[in-house]
Write a protein that binds this ligand. Structure first.
Ligand SMILES: [Mg+2]
Ligand SMILES: [Zn+2]
Length: 160
């Protein structure tokens, strides 16, 4: 079985700016992200992003906008020799209807765990919001709560 580091996006991978991030000019990768992700890969972890993008349901931006950001992120990581296994995003928002995937629900994590044969007990979810931690616990992975925009290099030692 595989093990994974699941990562929230805004505030963990890129700058949390206090509002929805959907333009490339606002997508600023956090300091030392590459170093931290390299360390996780070297320890044998897959990397999987799990993000709520409720701005789609609200009509603030589109699937295409999100995909452009995710292609950019994948490109930057690939150029640095870091494989990103998958990005899951929930496009829904409770203002426009209930779904099963939006964090704090754990469906996105559970899908990834099943699809990539992941041992949840050896995996981690790193998030900057309590709902990330709730989702991680529900899926049976270990959880690490960081302050938004903290360099992940500061928590490398917590990922065993
Ligand atoms: Mg976040
Ligand atoms: Zn959803």
């Amino acid at each position: 079985m595989n093990k994974a580091v699941f990562l929230d996006r805004d505030g963990v991978i890129n700058q949390e700016r206090g509002h929805y991030t959907f333009g490339l000019d606002e997508f600023v990768i956090n300091e030392r992200l590459i170093d931290a992700l390299k360390a996780f890969v070297d320890k044998g972890f897959m990397l999987i992003v799990i993000t709520n993008q409720g701005g789609i349901a609200k009509g603030l931006y589109t699937h295409r906008d999100v995909e452009i950001l995710h292609q950019y992120l994948t490109k930057v990581l690939t150029e640095n020799g870091i494989p990103l296994t998958e990005i899951y995003y929930c496009p829904h928002h409770p203002d426009t209807g209930k779904c099963l995937c939006r964090k704090p629900d754990s469906l996105m994590l559970e899908k990834a765990i099943a699809r990539f044969d992941i041992d949840a007990s050896k995996s981690y979810f790193i998030g900057d919001n309590e709902r990330d931690i709730i989702a991680g616990k529900a899926a049976g992975v270990k959880t690490i709560l960081i302050e938004s925009n903290t360099p992940l290099t500061t928590i490398i030692n917590q990922v065993l």
